[in-house]
Write a protein that binds this ligand. Sequence first.
Ligand code: GSH
Length: 238
Amino acid sequence: MAIPRLTYFELRGRAEAIRLMHYEMEVGFDDYRIVDADEWETVKSVSPFGRLPLYESGALALCESHAILRHLARSSGWLGADEQRDALFDITQEALSEAQEDLWRFAWVKDYHQKTERYADETLRPRLRHLQKWLRRDARDGQYWVGEAPSHVDFLAFCYLDELDAFFPETLAEFPNLADFRSRIESLPRVAHYVATARPIVFGMGIKGPKIDPRVAIAPGTEFRNPWTQPIALTGSL
Ligand SMILES: N[C@@H](CCC(=O)N[C@@H](CS)C(=O)NCC(=O)O)C(=O)O
């Protein structure tokens, strides 16, 4: 049987938690990244909402990143076994998704580089206070967000917190349970392997172009290939 195909761009963005799940669960998949403008036009015209990611597995063709995550969670047996636990997964996914969307929208604000202190103060700290409390709810040890093993919401949480570690490291460090959680997921051997070998350097796009991971050493000549512009030389953080 053919392996599933995840189609996205050479970005972490909305594909990253899906990629991480596959690596951690050792499920082979085609991590297909569109860089060609004509190909993107064709795929865009058949994508139900004209966006990526798309996920194809056998007869199934899915769009919407969170629907894909939930599909994988059902296939793995994390969702669907217990109604109360499912509700906790949903709450956690919604809260993380909202936090992540907000962070991504901030990168489209004019002169956002000059407004990071204010964003950290007015938006991030209150959000992170609530998220840390939710992670530690009912005196749990905060190892995982729901249940006793990594699940789709843990990979989503990792993606959000890891982007904060890149761009708001001091703010994240004020929340030790969240910072420890991020480090713990990053050090899972299969996640560490993915990070070292296949992870895109670019988080996503912002008003100033690609958001490059400032923690990554970039080899000379590395380019960000994408279907929207000519390849962009990656030389370090923007
Ligand atoms: N709600 C959708 C949003 C998908 C979306 O906005 N995808 C963006 C990339 S993050 C896209 O395809 N942009 C390409 C374009 O519009 O040209 C999801 O979560 O999958």
